[in-house]
Write a protein that binds this ligand. Sequence first.
Ligand code: PBG
Length: 332
Amino acid sequence: MSATQATFPATRFRRTRASASLRNLVRETELSVNDLIWPVFVRDGSGIEEPVISMPGVVRRSVDRIVEAAREAQSLGIPAICLFPYTDPSLKTELCEEAWNPDNLSNRAIRAIKDAVPEIAVMTDIALDPYNANGHDGIVRDGVIVNDETVEALVKMALEQARAGADILGPSDMMDGRIGAIRTALEAEGHTNVTIMSYAAKFASAYYGPFRDAVGASGALKGDKKTYQIDPANAREALRCVERDLMEGADMVMVKPGQPYLDMVTRVKEAFGAPTYAYQVSGEYAMIEAAAANGWIDGERVMLESLMCFRRAGCDGVLTYFAPRVARLLNG
Ligand code: PBG
């Protein structure tokens, strides 16, 4: 050791952590209400807000209440709301025809929001599970989820959503070729500005459990979704799916679930640079809420930290059930 060696640490990182002002100056990542997409559940009836048992604080709303929620989101500065229908079991069939009924719950909700709160972006889900007697995202024939016939159904569904006024279509079904088929149909009908956010890197995850309760699909689902959703072990395959969906005409891409898959967010953002989103899914939400309800964690702080981490990983935005709560905190 030389006599001239400094007797102080080469870098004192604690200098820029010493006060809130310094921490604010060196902060690398910001979380804003502009980063939030709020997923909501729609049901029939009017004046109804019905709790989802496995997602404390989340409700299924009738269309009139969905419009109120959209108004609230708009006033909080949340840029987009994402609709998921809870379809009456009597409307579920093997061929899922309700999915492209122009007056189905989801399409009625799109029109009602666009009439009342035209500024907010309305995002939809494209997948057959809410309408399928089998609970699957695709049409089942002889126990097999058939790809190309499902894509034809998804195209019909997408066109009805676009006609109803949806701004962002979210294909979450994981059939091959659906982005190209939907984009072609949208262009052919003149819907040139309808945006597609592909659930491109969507993994076959156990974290979706509470959601399937919320949309009433868990009882119906026979088997699992492993023949179409990505194996959680496969990162390179997920990157190839994202590349394919961008080539086929997706404007934005999503990684789902969120927090356990933040490595995928970073890799997708670095590889393609496209607008990249993550879905903080129902199981992630339920875990935070359950621990908070037990007093085991500070729910509010974990909520904010989890969303900041999505941003740090490279997300342009996050679909989160916490959206209005976060927005209220961020707006002070
Ligand atoms: C269905 C769909 C799912 C979610 C969004 N769209 C569930 C699934 O694939 O089984 C999950 C959302 C969540 O868990 O919050 N196509």
